[in-house]
Design a protein around this ligand. Structure first.
Ligand code: HEM
Length: 399
């Protein structure tokens, strides 16, 4: 209704009330909505492909992560939902609204409209399903054995309101409103079949191609598998319905900023085994020089603290693809402190990769003093969608 002023709107209501629908007014809506800015290839990722976007895609600046519960036990209904989401997602990621506006002013617009005049801002939409999805839809026989609740880890303080769920939608974009608009419209069209369980907004701030700093001010995301390691680390290749997909582990990790801010800089560096300013590992000068966890000084002492986060994670020799975002969600009513931290997200072809690293961090990680894991989820993210033959997200599973 952008350029339709209040008087015109009231007039249209009066006309409708009188039962006389003027064609001029009914047709007005198509004229009042400017088309969305035509996207260029530089600000969008293709929706169709072997893999879903939002996994190997470089992390954008914003995330809206939403977890849904099923409100139906009908596979046919869920198939329809995923077909509609496929059509919507292909439009949204191309910077289009989910449907053109109709001409009738007396029905709600088909698209909620808050991304009108915005480009796609590199929007990616990634869909996954949790273990409970299979139970609720009678699909237990095809649930991968490793798709189950993550085990309880030492020091976990998980809260029900940030854990589990049947379906996840990860919307990432370089603009927060574009990401939110996408999720909002996906939920809106499925609102009789799904309910919202929990969500988290997050952000990554960086200049150019620099590694973003997390809220502890450390560069976060330095070590990740290279493009040619993704088959080994990330993509499922087993001929099942999850072929070319992956597992997404998510943890809502509160970071106790007040405690951290009282820690001297050496203690902060020791926590990670890296230097806060440069991001270089202990004993190295540059961020991307590989850490040597065995290196010793002239006294034979290990250079990298044995309880540092990087020492413990690297020692496992296991890789995952980390794609995390910071969050700041007001004040935690339980503590009166910032409810802020890291929405840790990792992708791996086998959940055990995440589980083994998290177990190794366990009680030992020096970072534990400053963090609490309060949310958790594990989702199987489908392979990508082909442009041909009426393919849709999850077709290999839902038929
Ligand atoms: C608040 C939570 C966390 C924070 C603030 C954090 C921060 C960091 C930082 C600053 C680094 C070094 C730079 C880099 O390579 O990106 C790092 C590395 C790493 N982290 Fe975390 N992390 C967190 C949670 C986790 C969790 C839950 C896991 C997995 C279970 C994990 C796994 C790793 C791995 C595998 C590395 C790379 C180690 C290497 O090979 O050098 N992190 N993290």
């Amino acid at each position: 209704m952008k350029s339709l002023d209040r008087r015109d709107f009231l007039k249209s209501l009066a006309v409708a009330g009188a039962g006389v629908l003027s064609p001029a007014i009914l047709n007005a809506e198509s004229k009042v909505h400017a088309p969305r800015i035509s996207p260029t290839l530089a600000n969008q990722y293709p929706f169709f492909g072997i893999h879903q976007q939002g996994i190997a895609t470089p992390a954008q600046k914003h995330i809206y992560f939403l977890v849904l519960d099923l409100h139906t036990s009908s596979r046919a209904e869920m198939k329809e939902v995923f077909q509609t989401w496929t059509a919507y997602a292909s439009k949204l990621t191309a910077g289009e609204n989910v449907a053109p506006y109709g001409k009738n002013l007396l029905v709600p617009p088909k698209d909620t409209g808050e991304a009108d005049s915005l480009n796609p801002y590199n929007l990616t939409l990634t869909f996954g399903v949790g273990a409970s999805f299979f139970d609720k839809l009678g699909l237990k026989s095809v649930r991968p054995k490793s798709l189950k609740d993550l085990p309880h880890f030492p020091r976990d303080q998980l809260r029900e309101e940030f854990s589990g769920g049947d379906i996840c939608i990860q919307a990432c974009a370089d603009d927060p409103q574009v990401a939110f608009h996408a999720v909002r419209n996906l939920v809106r069209v499925a609102r009789l079949k799904v309910t919202m369980k929990w969500s988290q907004m997050g952000f990554n701030s960086y200049e150019g191609k620099e590694t973003p700093r997390n809220l502890f001010a450390f560069k976060d995301g330095t070590i990740n598998p290279s493009a040619n390691e993704l088959d080994k680390v990330v993509w499922v290749k087993d001929g099942s319905w999850l072929d070319n997909g992956t597992y997404l582990a998510i943890r809502r990790v509160q970071m106790h900023l007040e405690t951290w801010d009282r820690t001297h800089l050496k203690g902060q560096n020791d926590t990670f085994g890296r230097m806060r300013d440069s991001g270089a590992a202990y004993g190295k000068n540059e961020e991307f020089e590989e850490a040597d966890i065995e290196a010793r000084d002239e006294n034979g002492e290990r250079i990298m603290p044995e309880d540092s986060h990087v020492f413990l994670a690297k020692k496992t020799g296991i890789q995952v693809l980390r794609r995390s975002f910071s969050f700041a969600s007001g004040v935690d009513s339980r503590t009166g402190q910032f409810d802020a931290g890291l929405l840790f997200i990792s992708f791996q072809k086998d959940p055990m990769q995440f589980i083994k690293i998290q177990n190794a961090l366990g009680n030992v990680d020096r970072m534990n003093e400053y963090i609490t894991h309060i949310g958790s989820g594990l989702f199987a993210c489908f392979g990508g969608v082909s442009k041909k033959n009426g393919d849709y997200i999850g077709r290999a599973l839902l038929g």
